[in-house]
Write a protein that binds this ligand. Structure first.
Ligand SMILES: [Zn+2]
Length: 308
């Protein structure tokens, strides 16, 4: 299994266009010890030529054009064989609209995420114009299923995917009426991908950690995990107002009951992704970055590759 990080930042990217926080300002001034980052996007391949996308970021077009693996092999085609969605958040799904150019797509999502996208958002019906139209596949919770590629690209052995419920919230744009009818366990999931006995765990948003999800992470070889915020009150410290990290569905990295305190998983390679532009970890000269490295964690960056 080959894992490629196409984007490593949280929503807004780094620097964020309308943000004048210390990190973004120092980056613009050329005095920041760290690179620019596009919004979180991961691609996984079990064959040389076919790729599975984990979510579809708002920066997807730029990310695909920047990586030659995603170039079409002939007049009209794509090596993207399937897409798995971990939630209906705009940062996870907006990139689907970049893939609308009459391209047949295979999408895996929970039933609730599919309903939110296809019933609440008429814009996504643009994906139905391809021939054959977009194919939505249900992701059951807790049960591994093979990811089936499009009929013209099924030569590779399928990756196995298990959806792990994380009990987060549906996005704010989902109407209250629909939200009331949807099972909460289908709002935000992590995915465990298995290929040839190797396990990869992906959770760009971790609203909470159950003993069950900790065990799944502990059994994986590599885990790319939610590194959005360093502290619970990070946004309030920067803006003077706003919600806490936990209130918007992200366990902070540091502090009591933070991700580092809650998760041990010593045999798993643990890598942070989905880093918000305010996070001090982005600055490779910061005490926070040093602490991450000293505790055995890693920080992903755009273009990072992992071979499993
Ligand atoms: Zn900023």
């Amino acid at each position: 299994m080959r894992i490629k990080v196409l984007g490593s930042a949280a929503g807004g990217g780094f620097p964020q266009w309308n943000c004048g926080c210390s990190n973004c300002s120092r980056f613009r001034a050329g005095s920041f010890a760290g690179g620019a980052r596009t919004q979180a996007q991961v691609a996984v391949s079990s064959s040389a030529s076919l790729w599975l996308l984990l979510n579809a970021s708002p920066d997807l077009r730029q990310q695909l054009l920047s990586n030659p693996e995603f170039a079409p092999a002939d007049l009209r085609s794509t090596p993207i064989a399937a897409i798995i969605l971990t939630s209906a958040d705009t940062d996870c799904v907006l990139g689907l609209l970049h893939l609308r150019e009459f391209q047949p797509l295979q999408i895996y999502a929970t039933d609730s995420v599919r309903r939110v996208l296809t019933q609440e958002n008429s814009l996504f019906r643009t994906l139905e114009r391809s021939s054959p139209p977009v194919c939505w596949n249900a992701l059951p919770l807790g049960r591994p299923i093979p990811i089936v590629y499009l009929s013209n690209s099924n030569a590779a052995a399928p990756l196995c995917c298990r959806a792990v419920p994380l009990y987060g919230e549906f996005p704010d744009y989902v109407s209250r009426e629909l939200r009331r009818t949807l099972p909460k366990e289908e709002a935000v999931i992590a995915v465990e991908l298995t290929d040839g006995g190797k396990k990869f765990f992906y959770a760009p948003s971790l609203p909470g950690l159950s003993e069950g999800s900790k065990a799944v992470i502990g059994e994986s070889d590599v885990a790319l995990l939610d590194g959005t915020f360093w502290t619970d009150d990070e946004l309030r410290q920067v803006r003077g107002e706003g919600k806490t990290a936990r209130e918007i569905g992200h366990i902070p990295l540091s502090g009591p009951e933070g991700l580092f305190e809650q998760l041990e998983a010593p045999r798993t390679r643990r890598i942070l992704i989905h880093l918000n532009n305010t996070n001090p970890v982005l600055d490779s000269g910061s005490p926070a970055h040093r602490q991450v490295c000293e505790t055995g964690w890693e920080v992903s960056s755009d273009g990072m590759e992992i071979d499993l």
